[in-house]
Every structure is written in C-alpha cells, then in structure tokens.
Design a protein around this ligand. Structure first.
Ligand code: SF4
Length: 213
C-alpha cells in the first residue's frame, strides 16, 4: 500500500474517534505498565476486572514489590498466565525501586530490561504515557497490517516498521489505538465486517465479506 493510500485508510477509521484512548484502566505510568504486562493473551476487559483491586492494594512500585508474587497472584487469579504475570509484576516493581527511584523510565532500553516487558509493552507505555509516536503491534494490528495491505510482514517487527514508514507522522501516535479498535470491533479475526467498514474503499483485502442476508 502506498503512503497516500495508508493515510486515507487511517483517516477513514479515525473519523468518528478523534481522540482515541486505550481501553485499559490506569491512573499513572506505573499502573499503565502493569496493566499492559497483564494484558498478554488476555482481553483488556478481563484485565480491568482485576487491576482495580490490585492497584488499591499496591498503588506504587514499592508497595507492589512488598506485596510480592504470592500476594499479587492472589488478586489476579482470574486472568490467563496469572502466575508468570504475578512474578513479573513483583520483579519489575522491585527493579523500578532499585534502579529508577520508583519511577517508570522514559527510555526504551530501560523499559525492555524490566521483567515481562518486551518491545510491544515498551511501545504502549512510550506512546500512551509519554506521547511518543510509537506503534505497538498486537494481534489485531498484526492481522490488519497483513490483511489490508497496510504493512504486510511475517513478524511483528516487520509490520511495525511498515506501518511507521507508511502512516503519515501526524497520525502515527493515535494510529495505534485506531487500528486496535478497528481490529477488535470491525476487522475481526474470523470474519471481518467489510460491509460496514468505513475504510473498505482504501483496503486491499480481496475477499471482502458481504452483509449477512
Ligand atoms: S474492508 Fe474488510 S478487510 Fe478491509 S479493513 Fe475493512 S473490515 Fe478489514
């Protein structure tokens, strides 16, 4: 897809949502970081069911480190991979206290050095909390990049690089949210709802789905 077409696609899916936001509940950089770590292979809605109780019990990295993996695990047992996530959240909280004075660093390498934090999570935190024009590629964006022709690629990094190259810079920061919402509600995994898609004119997907009878 050309840069011009990519711009038209993004503007189309942006038209009804000029100020998109993450659906995860958070109040500061630390709670956002923890929520994103917990969202791996779990829906945002599910994460939002357990984080209010967790953040009430441990609102700061120091309190979270003190709560420990076991205490965290007791509060997040309803989400997938809760044991590994509890360990990571306890360890990353301790590292924030030890290395960063209890603050979430605005630095990709420092973020990716935290337990349980990969490139995608670092991109979300840099984007949402620090206003940087990063593109975090989750399962929805990976599918959309390939299906629509926006940024075909075999790896999440290839799709990320393709999107960063093609999406107009002024749209890039919010494009992360627009693409996730579009993938979650319209361009769904099993059956994209092309018949009601506002970006259909600018999409290269050949097997567009018609409205059900
Ligand atoms: S036309 Fe269909 S495949 Fe293309 S973006 Fe819209 S929903 Fe997805």
């Amino acid at each position: 897809m050309s840069r011009e077409q990519a711009g038209l696609f993004i503007r189309a899916i942006a038209q009804d949502n000029p100020a998109p936001e993450t659906e995860l509940l958070y109040t500061d950089a630390f709670s956002l970081l923890v929520a994103v770590v917990m969202s791996a292979q779990t829906t945002d809605a599910m994460v939002n069911k357990v984080t209010p109780g967790l953040f009430a019990a441990a609102p700061t990295p120091a309190a979270m480190a003190a709560l420990g993996a076991e205490g965290i695990g007791q509060l997040i047992r309803r989400i997938g991979l809760w044991q590994a996530k509890a360990k990571n959240v306890a360890a990353l909280s301790a590292m924030l206290v030890e290395r960063h004075g209890g603050e979430v660093p605005r630095d990709r390498a420092a973020l990716e050095a935290l337990p349980g934090v990969g490139r995608k999570t670092a991109n979300v935190v840099l984007n949402v909390m620090f206003g940087e024009a990063t593109m975090a590629v989750d399962t929805h964006i990976f599918r959309l990049g390939n299906r629509t022709g926006l940024a075909p690629g075999k790896t999440t990094r290839a799709v990320e690089d393709g999107l960063v190259k093609r999406i107009p810079p002024e749209l890039l920061r919010d494009a992360h949210h627009w693409l996730i919402l579009h993938g979650r509600y319209i361009c769904k995994a099993r059956a994209p709802e092309c018949w009601r898609c506002v970006a259909a004119l600018h999409c290269n997907y050949k097997d567009k789905v018609k409205a059900p009878d």
